[in-house]
Design a protein around this ligand. Sequence first.
Ligand code: FCB
Length: 444
Amino acid sequence: MTKSFTLNKVLSGADFTMGVATSSFQIEGASELREPCIWDTFCQVPGAVKDSSDGRTACDHYHLWQQDIALIDELGFDAYRFSVCWPRIICADGSVNQQGLSFYLAILNELQRRGIKAYVTLYHWELPQFLEDEGGWLNRETAYAFADYARVVATAFGDKVSAYTTLNEPYCSAFLGYEIGVHAPGKVGKQYGKKAAHHLLLAHGLAMQVLTDICPDIPSGLVLNFTTYYPATQSDADKQATLLAKAHFNDWYASPALTGQYPPLLESLPAAERPVIEPGDMAIISAPMAYLGVNYYTRALVQACPGGHFEILPPADNVPVTAMNWEIYPQGLRDLLLQLHNEYDLPPLFITENGMAEDDVVQNGQVHDKVRVNYLQHHMQAVAEAMEHGVDVRGYFVWSLLDNFEWAEGYLKRFGIVHVDFDTQQRLPKQSALKLSEWLKQRR
Ligand code: FCB
């Protein structure tokens, strides 16, 4: 028997939001009803996605959304974080796809009817291919195109949304997509990553202006992913290396958005790797946000390498890891929240993603995902501890509602609290969903 969730007082308050998250490309399918995006193209590249799969059907959420929303309600979540697929809204000729808008409006209406708060992300990595053809995030114009798209969405959705997120994890779009090429569009080159990142951050800032203009009362912000970095040893070299890793991967995104300045690392970058920053950009990027979304999965140990470089070490053999080979380290979330709190003047925080992939098996119609239950429990505990130390966290979203298309891993990695049989599209709540649900209901 899987143990029950312990009721955590700090997270039990009526004003603490408990939600569950998904993203459009990972679950929707129905790709024939929209423009192609960079992930459709990337999936066609041999070897790019481990199981050679794609997002054409995914969880068929486009057709099954009603049952999926009913499930969120039955499980007892307060909120649903999902994303809007840009190429489902804007066509290559610049016109608006009304059918695409209607799909999301129906979801918003249903959430409203059921009293579930809608947390809407505008960009979870599906750049329209027609924009990539013009240079994608290496082209400054893409940032302005994003603001135009944000205007269309915010105008259509009105007050049906509880909170907007401009971008999900610009680090992944920029570094994984344009520097090491393991995500779409698969570009490789040290000279690209930080340029793409600057245009993404600019897109965030321009969209913030649009959202403030159209829906000033709806909280808007940015979602960043953070790894907590620790030195592999207590040597000065490893400590320095750790700061460098943190500057590249965490502060490169948090600092411009929160302070209007890149980390000092900017000065030491070779000219070819520096972003082109135009006058006024940093003020746009650092527009005040109502909240910052924090996605956390794991920590990493950092080791110094010759020449002032660093290496991120794989987890040691004796530590618990997930099916992604990510170390399970709840204390990293607590440390991260305290670190952010100490280093920045923060708006309220939401944990917008946290969860794990496990090699789940269905046995007698059940999935006993014991490790996930523990993972969630301990990470929620870490959030509560950070709150007790004064960090202002307003909500926590589990990643993810459903097993889904896990990017370069295809359908091989299951992050859902609800199991999906990809042949039949049958949904089966795992023990983690059932335990969470018990707790959510007690809490109400
Ligand atoms: C995050 C992504 C999300 C999911 C999880 C496992 O980086 O935002 O889409 O893939 O990782």
